[in-house]
Design a protein around this ligand. Structure first.
Ligand SMILES: [Zn+2]
Length: 507
């Protein structure tokens, strides 16, 4: 006897928090941040108050009403002891996208994260080089203490116990020794720090046996799981079948035919989008645009979409240009190298933006650990035809320093689904018009962004892919998540069980 409860993410894309329980022990399958519900109340200048810990999130129902959170984030006027306390043995994390991991940092520190080695590497690097909000400190977090008025909390500045780590259980069979060294380094001084342990899956015990399968998605390290207990359950996380490594996703489904319950993502069931380009087609189309450009090429793809980065690396090589990336992206690639030994920074240089002071992790890593060349805007403007620079909208003001001529901006990432991001595209286009830059991949037509599907392909399975995946496993029970259209599943499969947020399915 056991149960599956969807605490969040039943009818939204992301925010996934699924609880699998058997005989009083359970694990969460992902514990992500729900951008949709956060967006109902918050925006850039109105956020949950750090000084009140989980108070705002709890009272706005943005996190499940359970007694499973860090004590140091609970101010004295919030009593969570009246809510159910679960015996959580871990969070089984599918991949390093915030809508899947973004609320883990709030959980009691004794709850470990179970994930692939690449995901651990990315979480550590993201925590090191992106300024986190208190609710997204995942790999390690800064401990809080009550202020004089203990309805508020603040960072504990005592030197030795400022950061607290969370234990990781790694799904890889062997963890290369240099990885431990990387994981334990403090980003500020690159000296060892006690961030908690990384253990191997074979030393971990839970009511279900955990079988990880690497799958293809828009970030490396993505993993689907087959769990074997009283029943066998398959959880896809996010996946696609049409990417370069789509065969890996297929292997997961072919090896999970014995699963009686399938929990599957359905991102693309609500979006009319028959586009299923391969990464090779995206490469050809981006190459074609690049070949037509005399001046600087600006490639805009999500910084963590490493497969797309590879495409632009290939284009740079073919055209005799150098690919420039931001220091943060370079750090993520360095982190991945520590996980699998692949030098992804070969032939890549870092764009040196004009900041007054370099960040200390940058100094430590790229000057000491892994020497990497920097190129500043003056060098780029001297010889723009020699470079492809990878920028997103948020890096765009660097172009004022480069002053590019005959340049092209290739947008190779996902479409805007929210009104707020539509405004960002309008702003981006204003910048590009102002700087007289030729744009590929999107345009603004009658005040709205319109996307050219030649330059991007989704990280999620199409409806045809979903049908294949479900037919391959042929489960007794099908539970859709990560979708705004769960009815799509109901209309296609009689065995669909649609669970609302908070609803429990017993097996
Ligand atoms: Zn994802």
């Amino acid at each position: 006897m056991g149960s599956i409860t969807i605490y969040d993410g039943a009818d939204t894309i992301g925010g996934t928090k699924i609880y699998l329980e058997q005989e009083g022990e359970g694990i969460f399958l992902d514990f992500g941040m729900n951008f949709k519900t956060y967006g109902k109340y918050f925006q850039e200048y109105l956020k949950a108050r750090t000084s009140r810990g989980i108070y705002d999130l709890f009272n706005l129902n943005l996190i499940p009403k359970l007694n499973i959170y860090r004590r140091d984030l609970i101010p004295s006027d919030l009593d969570i002891s009246v809510y159910p306390s679960l015996n959580v043995k871990g969070v089984l994390l599918s991949h390093a996208h915030k809508d899947h991991y973004g609320n883990i940092g709030l959980l009691d520190p004794t709850i470990p994260i179970i994930s692939s080695l690449k995901t651990i590497a990315l979480l550590k690097a993201i925590r090191d080089c992106y300024r986190p909000t208190f609710d997204s400190e995942t790999a390690y977090f800064s401990m809080r203490v009550p202020t004089n008025d203990d309805r508020c909390i603040k960072s504990d500045q005592k030197k030795n116990n400022m950061y607290k780590g969370r234990e990781f259980i790694c799904t890889a069979e062997d963890i290369p020794p240099p990885f431990f060294d990387f994981f334990r380094k403090n980003k500020s001084n690159w000296k060892p720090y006690d961030y908690g342990d990384i253990c191997e899956l074979c030393d971990y015990s839970f009511k279900f046996a955990i079988n990880p399968f690497e799958v293809d998605h828009s970030i490396l390290g993505s993993t689907a799981y087959k769990l074997e207990g009283d029943i066998t359950l398959a959880y896809t996380g996010d996946f696609r079948l049409h990417g370069t490594e789509g065969y890996k996703s297929k292997q997961f489904f072919q090896n999970s035919k014995d699963a009686s319950i399938l929990i599957i993502e359905g991102t693309r069931t609500s979006i009319e989008d028959p586009n299923n380009k391969t990464e090779d087609e995206v490469y050809e189309n981006c190459l074609d645009a690049a070949e037509r450009t005399k001046g600087l090429i600006i490639a805009d793809f999500a910084g963590r979409n490493f497969e797309r980065l590879k495409i632009f690396q290939k284009i740079a090589e073919k055209l005799g240009r150098t690919l420039l990336i931001t220091a943060k992206t370079a750090y993520l690639l360095y982190a991945l190298e520590n996980a699998d030994g692949l030098d992804r920074l070969k032939n890549i240089k870092v764009y040196k933006d004009l900041r007054t002071r370099p960040r200390n992790w940058e100094e430590n890593i790229f000057k000491i650990q892994k020497k990497i060349e920097y190129v500043d805007p003056f060098e780029v403007s001297k010889d723009p035809k020699n470079y492809i620079v990878s920028f997103s909208f948020y890096d765009i003001n660097n172009l004022l320093d480069i002053k590019p001529e005959d340049a092209a901006y290739i947008y190779s990432s996902s479409e805007a689904f929210e009104e707020e991001s539509e405004f960002d595209f309008i702003r981006l286009k204003n910048w590009l018009n102002h700087l007289n830059i030729n744009t590929y991949g999107f345009d603004i037509i009658q005040g709205k962004p319109v996307f050219d599907k030649k330059f991007h392909t989704s990280g999620h399975a199409s409806t045809t892919g979903l049908l294949w995946a479900i037919d391959t496993i042929d489960p007794e029970v099908l539970i859709p998540v990560h979708t705004e259209n769960p009815d799509w599943f109901k209309n296609s499969f009689d065995n669909t069980v649609i669970l609302q947020n908070g609803e429990k399915y017993q097996f």
